[in-house]
Design a protein around this ligand. Sequence first.
Ligand SMILES: Nc1nc2c(ncn2[C@@H]2O[C@H](COP(=O)(O)OP(=O)(O)OP(=O)(O)O)[C@@H](O)[C@H]2O)c(=O)[nH]1
Ligand SMILES: [Zn+2]
Length: 197
Amino acid sequence: MTITYVDTCKLPTPYGIFNMHGFADSVNDKEHVVLTMGDVTTEAPVLARIHSECLTGDSLFSLRCDCGAQLQAGMHKIATEGRGVIFYLRQEGRGIGLLNKVKAYHLQDQGLDTVEANEQLGFGADMRDYSILKPMVEHLGIQSVKLMTNNPRKIAAMKELGLQVTERLEHETGRNPHNAHYLATKKGKLGHMLDGE
Ligand SMILES: Nc1nc2c(ncn2[C@@H]2O[C@H](COP(=O)(O)OP(=O)(O)OP(=O)(O)O)[C@@H](O)[C@H]2O)c(=O)[nH]1
Ligand SMILES: [Zn+2]
């Protein structure tokens, strides 16, 4: 087992008080956290978001992507429902890491799209591995989820892991002039289910 549960604490936020559960990934040397609210072990599907770390969007208010807005909207929806889970996975830059994302952004500043930039750097368009979710879901006693996402790969990954997704809830927010091309590439090249223009 590469994922080990470490400990749990309270995390008060503007949206409400979450429980924050820490998990160590010894193989990849990563530290993941999962936020839960309410009893997530009962049978009704748990409102869930699988969120990949985006330092620039989540913490530095970047408008290049939609990550920060999606994280906040997810926390808000969970708090409104009083029950839910956010898997905050340390897969910065779709798994290429922060400094490679800086390089990818530099290439995008020169006109490449997000997929072309990754490929020019020798990476796949999306290098994320979702198998780390399984031990976390099992540890937390979650039986099934209704997933807030526009990314079909996340749903496919959950199914491959044998984790039950009962519903996909659209999670489109944070569109702005700076991320319009990024969102168009997500829709056109990565298959994201995005409607808005
Ligand atoms: N390589 C690369 N990664 C990016 C870029 N923009 C954002 N990211 C990363 O993309 C990831 C976005 O992950 P999520 O918030 O889980 O969203 P998603 O996979 O697009 O799917 P949704 O659930 O629909 O939001 C984060 O790890 C960001 O750091 C980019 O231009 N290049
Ligand atoms: Zn982002």
